[in-house]
Design a protein. Structure first.
Length: 229
């Protein structure tokens, strides 16, 4: 009986050790993937104050047929209805930038500039000092795709990409691993839209994302496909 009990104790101990080891590896994997997620999302292009402290959804409102190449302007609202950003419409060109402005201070946060004639339609994302901090371009293939590069070069692999209903304003922006870093969803069944001739869509950014950067990127994507109509 004593020898049999000792064997059972050994088996129980082995099971307990295996369970602890398994839990240890699970914790390691959790920390690794959580850290990877934070590094991925905490890339600040605009300013740290525009980094989302939680999952956030903005509502973008513009006139039907809006174009930043015309004289219109678009407005982006916070969840509480306050003005988050505003885009003033002027002619988007090689020399002048269209600015995404802070809704409260009206100071420029990020801008967009067209690139010189190239095979793919390309727009630069610029800081108020005109430094290029991102590139958004249409990749022509069997399926149209938007590639987004951080920095001032589009060499190598894109940092983010967007596929889906760009014209219908229903698409996701994903990182290289396929994680959704921004989601656009058109509010097509809103009665107020039909009565006021407005086009409304939601821009959702997860916690840690640069809200100003992704709002501007979604505006650029909309403009690139608007030009192709």
């Amino acid at each position: 009986g004593r020898q049999e009990l000792s064997s059972r104790e050994k088996i129980d101990r082995l099971i307990e050790e295996e369970s602890e080891l398994r839990g240890y590896f699970v914790r390691i994997l959790f920390v690794f993937f959580s850290s990877s997620s934070k590094v991925r999302m905490n890339v600040v292009v605009s300013d740290p104050k525009y980094v989302a402290s939680r999952d956030m959804t903005f509502k973008s409102k513009e006139k039907v047929g809006f174009s930043i190449s015309g004289s219109d302007s678009g407005k982006v609202y916070n969840e509480d209805g306050s003005l988050a950003f505003q885009i003033k419409g002027k002619h988007i060109s090689l020399s002048d930038a269209i600015w995404l402005k802070d809704g409260e201070t009206e100071e420029p946060v990020l801008g967009m500039k067209k690139k010189l004639a190239s095979l793919h339609q390309t727009v630069f994302v610029v800081k108020p000092n005109e430094d290029v901090v991102g590139i958004v371009k249409i990749k022509i293939g069997l399926k149209k795709k938007i590639n987004i590069f951080l920095g001032d070069s589009d060499d190598g692999d894109a940092t983010y990409s967007a596929e889906g209903g760009m014209r219908g304003k229903r698409f996701d922006v994903c990182d290289a691993a396929g994680n959704v870093v921004c989601k656009v969803q058109k509010d097509s069944l809103n009665m107020r839209n039909m009565l006021t001739d407005q086009d409304t869509y939601d821009i959702s950014v997860p916690a840690g994302g640069d809200t100003a950067f992704f709002v501007l990127v979604c505006t650029i994507i909309d403009e690139l496909f608007h030009e192709q109509k």
